[in-house]
Design a protein around this ligand. Structure first.
Ligand code: THU
Length: 140
């Protein structure tokens, strides 16, 4: 799927954001290896910390449906659903993506006006803590 098409899916998902506290609407679209697109929006909570970001909503939807292989992610966000610049994934979402996506995994960050930046997961989370580090002392 072309980046522009995936970004369009993310923009649609952004409109479904539940963000009465911050007013920031975020949308994510995750293209799976099977061709399906899993979208997500941010879902806020009065108690704040249970808030789920758009990216995690999308990936948790996919994984809970048995899908764990992905091709690309598109993310857009902005105040009240207006894209006015980049809205890159937070640190927690970067770590969650790393669990299922490789270091070269492409991420398209919408900027508005049809523009976007293409980065990789490794660009967003260098020196990452992965399963390799987690398991290295296993069996000692
Ligand atoms: N948010 C996301 O949905 N994704 C991110 O990666 C960054 C932050 C949401 C959470 C909250 O609802 C709002 O943006 C403001 O932080």
């Amino acid at each position: 799927m072309r980046p522009e098409e995936l970004l369009r899916c993310a923009e649609e998902a952004m409109q479904r954001a539940y963000a009465p506290y911050s007013g920031y609407f975020v949308g994510a679209a995750l293209e799976a290896a099977n061709g399906e697109v899993y979208t997500g929006c941010n879902i806020e909570n009065a108690s704040f910390s249970p808030t789920c970001c758009a990216e995690r909503t999308a990936i948790f939807k996919a994984v809970s449906e048995g899908v764990r292989e992905f091709r690309a992610l598109a993310v857009v966000g902005g105040k009240e659903g207006e894209i006015t610049g980049l809205f890159p994934p937070c640190g927690v979402c970067r770590q969650v993506l790393l669990e299922f996506c490789g270091k070269d995994f492409p991420i398209y960050l919408g900027e508005g006006g049809g523009k976007y930046k293409a980065v990789t997961l490794a660009d967003l989370i260098p020196y990452a803590f992965t399963a390799g580090e987690c398991m290295q002392n296993e069996g000692e």
